[in-house]
Design a protein around this ligand. Structure first.
Ligand code: PLP
Length: 418
């Protein structure tokens, strides 16, 4: 469900035409729907309303301050994976007591920053990290709330780059060793052991991997409680998939029902870390056709957005639907690759896609680009990063400006200038 629909022949985001935004702000441009973001958050929130819970949005999916502020206003928190993400979250006004912090490579500086900020808990990924957090907390005279991230060794049946809960993965602590680590945590100074964490992967479209992994984690929680460790927070991670093409991921209600069945009697607070499912279909990337060209074996549509703007197709071979912003009748259909201006053959947004013929100057919408779109963008080929626009009703707001050429060299010096 989202709020990008054609009215007559023109694509609208809520009550604003995409062409109007493209004309005002230029292309490429990311466009987000306030109504879709709100609806996605509330659907998940409602689905878990029968248990105490906190939705900690994984901001690596979409880190725009306006998005973070919107979710915080709806009662949400954040899942951060770096000091920079924590900084963004705090800058957006997200209360620190609703922020959890995961990641295998937290530095001393990042740990100290999170402690000073008073976050809800660290999701700890190794025994060395556990000791480091204890040491830093003890030295600064405070207590660190921690959960251990356990690796339940479950196959989420997704792209191997985004599977994170298999035993060969770098994430978390092997579930068979977790009891031991919890015992160790209890003996270390300045730690308050409050939770358990898992996150098995991303773009998961079946319920079963979630149920299997949570069942294992819950088994561990029962053992821990029997040994006197009070696990108050069960952080079930993120990973719920969305429809990019024809996937049929579980609805929030089905997802919630299946998981609540596994955890209800524990009486713990459930933390969810959804990323993609909240923002993916709430955003598009609007781009303009520059040229069309034919090689002897292929047709190409060259657009002004590239892999630096949206990396997913190049990185994972991901499918994004391509829509015409203005529909025209009577155009013949052409099978073409939609490619960007970057000097790499891997620079494509769509491959062998059959679409009504595009002409130079026409606008294209790359759908489902709200998650891992702008956050993964780069300045490769010295391309300024695209602006971000939020639409609410019949108004649109530029919530991040397009970068300028001057931004590209900010902070750089030649040796003469050092
Ligand atoms: C990436 C990530 C998420 C969010 O994943 P989605 O698939 O976008 O829901 C949640 N938790 C952790 C620890 C992550 O690394």
């Amino acid at each position: 469900m989202h709020h990008f629909q054609h009215r007559g022949d023109d694509l609208y985001c809520e009550d604003v035409s995409v062409a109007r935004i493209a004309d005002a702000v230029g292309t490429p441009v990311y466009i987000y729907s306030h109504a879709t973001l709100t609806r996605h958050f509330q659907a998940l929130d409602d689905a878990f309303s029968s248990v105490p819970h906190l939705i900690c949005f994984a901001l690596k999916a979409n880190a725009n301050l306006a998005v973070l502020q919107l979710f915080a206003g709806l009662g949400g928190g954040l899942d951060v994976v770096s000091g920079g993400e924590l900084y963004r979250g705090l800058a957006a006004g997200v209360p620190p007591e609703r922020i959890v912090y995961a990641g295998v490579g937290k530095t001393r500086e990042e740990i100290a920053y999170a402690l000073r900020s008073g976050i809800l808990m660290f999701n700890v990924e190794s025994d060395q990290e556990l000791r480091r957090i204890s040491e830093i907390a003890a030295a600064s005279g405070c207590t660190a709330r921690i959960a251990l991230r356990v690796n339940p060794d479950v196959d989420p049946k997704t792209h191997p780059y985004i599977a994170t809960g298999l035993k060969q993965s770098k994430f978390g602590i092997e579930i068979g060793r977790a009891l031991e680590e919890y015992e160790a945590a209890k003996t270390l100074p300045a730690l308050d052991v409050v939770g358990i964490h898992q996150h098995i992967g991303s773009q998961i479209t079946m319920i079963q991997p979630f149920v299997d992994s949570l069942t294992r984690t819950v088994g561990l929680v029962r053992q821990l409680r029997a040994q006197g460790t009070d696990i108050r927070y069960i952080d079930i991670g993120g990973g719920l998939g969305i429809t990019y093409r024809d996937e049929t991921p579980p609805l929030p209600l089905e997802f919630a029902r299946a998981l609540i069945d596994v955890i209800r009697d524990l009486g713990a607070t459930v933390i969810l870390e959804p990323g993609r499912v909240l923002v993916g279909n709430a955003g598009i990337l609007a781009t303009r056709v520059l040229y069309t060209k034919q090689s002897p074996v292929k047709n190409f549509v060259v657009v002004d957005a590239g892999m630096n703007d949206l990396a997913r197709p190049s990185l994972y071979g991901s499918y994004h639907a391509i829509w015409r912003v203005h529909r025209v009748s009577g155009r013949d259909e052409v099978t073409a690759d939609v490619v960007g201006p970057i000097c790499e053959s891997g620079d494509f947004l769509a491959k062998d896609r059959t679409l009504p013929r595009f002409e130079p100057g026409e606008l294209m919408a790359v759908m489902s680009a709200g998650a891992y779109g702008h956050t993964m963008s780069s300045n490769y080929n010295a391309r300024p990063r695209a602006p971000e626009v939020m639409v609410r009703g019949n108004q649109f707001y530029v919530v991040r400006e397009r970068e300028t050429y001057a931004d590209l060299i900010r902070g750089e010096r030649t040796l003469d200038g050092c």
